[in-house]
Design a protein around this ligand. Structure first.
Ligand SMILES: O=C(O)CCC(=O)c1ccccc1C(=O)O
Ligand SMILES: [Mg+2]
Length: 369
């Protein structure tokens, strides 16, 4: 691979519907897109999953721009790259900042696959030609609205419903949903809203047959989660706490979870994602791909990684129209009968709509090799 230049673009997109979790509400998104251009004339694309506020993890859109601009791009330019695995290896000496690292690394992977003239999914070792789609439902203003939303999503064909919970919006709403929809695949995501003092309260969720409860405790914790998992029948799934294959290994050894949610951005990219995938597969820990309200480029990468064999449970990668009036890729991501078909054209398999991207770009910067 001969990298010629990199372009960072910050775009702004309005979500069709506000999305509320235990930590806050998202109404629109500032998104950094990375384009890595090669001398061969091809471009690879990546997307940072960071949001404006440091409330999911410590990163923000601004810290990502700074890290990419002042540290990660210069480090990438220090010497040539022949395989995308070298990018994360080179980034190891920089602490944290996983979303920023991943955005660049994903673009290099896309470029690599395009140069090989192969779909990214195949280059990563993907085996599925379609992936199961679930939907993440934010906290609603009323119980009635929640039930209506879920009814609509089930009609649309989603294969799994995930609802956000927090103290005051948990046992009662889950009980209602279960009464209304006794047989659906249902799970809850707490985004760190509880502590070990809530063990008895969380145990009350055991009777509703949830597929899992996601990240009930603190964002960096794997110790208290092990204590909680020992008391709960419902499998715990870790999201925020897993930043690397090493984190996953420790969580599995401690018994902190029985399922792992993978987000490419949260773990620094696709190379680390593959390591976590293989580790979980060898320990019989099922995985699924989480979401961060991505635009089309991040979404396309999620589809590629979800095509691997150990992504056993439906993920949060919903179609473009669930989030956006118009996405930044063509075609948009579509769902048929609860599945998204994995594209078979080279790289991420969706074409960035450069005209649309231009129109919503707040600023951009060009970095010559
Ligand atoms: O992209 C989606 O549809 C799911 C979004 C989601 O659940 C989420 C969005 C922002 C921050 C954290 C999370 C999460 O999975 O915990
Ligand atoms: Mg989550």
């Amino acid at each position: 691979m001969e990298i010629k230049s990199i372009i960072l673009r910050q775009i702004k997109m309005d979500l069709l519907h506000p999305f509320t979790t235990s930590v806050g509400t998202e109404e629109d998104k500032d998104i950094i897109l990375v384009e890595v251009k090669s001398k061969s004339g091809l471009s690879g694309f990546g997307e940072s999953v960071s949001i404006t506020q440091p409330i999911y993890n410590e990163e923000t859109v601004k810290t990502n721009w700074h890290m990419m601009s002042d540290h990660l791009i210069p480090l990438l330019y220090q010497e040539p790259v022949s395989h995308p695995d070298e990018v994360s290896e080179r980034y190891k000496k920089i602490r944290g900042n996983y979303n920023a690292k991943a955005a660049i690394e994903m673009a290099v992977w896309d470029l690599y696959a395009k140069e090989k003239n192969m779909p990214l999914a195949k280059v990563l070792g993907g085996v599925k030609d379609k992936i199961e789609v679930g939907v993440s439902v934010g906290i609603q203003q009323s119980q009635g609205k929640m039930l209506k939303q879920i009814e609509g999503y089930l009609k649309d064909g989603y294969k799994r419903i995930k609802v956000k919970i927090m103290p005051g919006w948990d046992v009662e709403i889950i009980k209602l949903i279960r009464q209304e929809f006794p047989h659906i695949q249902l799970m809850a995501d707490a985004n760190c809203a509880y502590t070990l003092n809530d063990i008895d309260h969380l145990k009350a969720l055991d009777e509703f047959g949830l597929t899992m409860i996601e990240q009930p405790l603190d964002h960096n914790d794997i110790v208290d989660h092990a204590r909680l998992q020992a008391e709960l029948k419902t499998p715990i799934c870790l999201d925020e706490s897993i930043h690397s294959a090493e984190d996953a290994r420790k969580a599995i050894e401690l018994g902190s979870c029985r399922i792992i949610n993978l987000k490419i951005g949260r773990v620094g990219g696709l190379t680390e994602s593959l390591k976590i995938h293989d580790l979980c597969e060898s320990h019989n820990i099922p995985m699924w791909c989480g979401g961060m309200l991505e635009a089309g480029i991040g979404r396309a990468h999620n589809i590629a990684i979800t095509s691997l064999s150990n992504f056993i449970l439906p993920g949060d990668t919903a179609p473009s129209s669930h989030y956006w009036k118009k996405d930044i890729i063509t075609p948009e991501v579509e769902m048929k009968d609860g599945y998204i078909y994995v594209p078979d054209s080279p790289g991420i398999g969706y074409e960035p709509d450069m005209e649309k991207i231009e129109n919503i770009t707040s600023y951009s910067r060009f970095y010559h090799y």
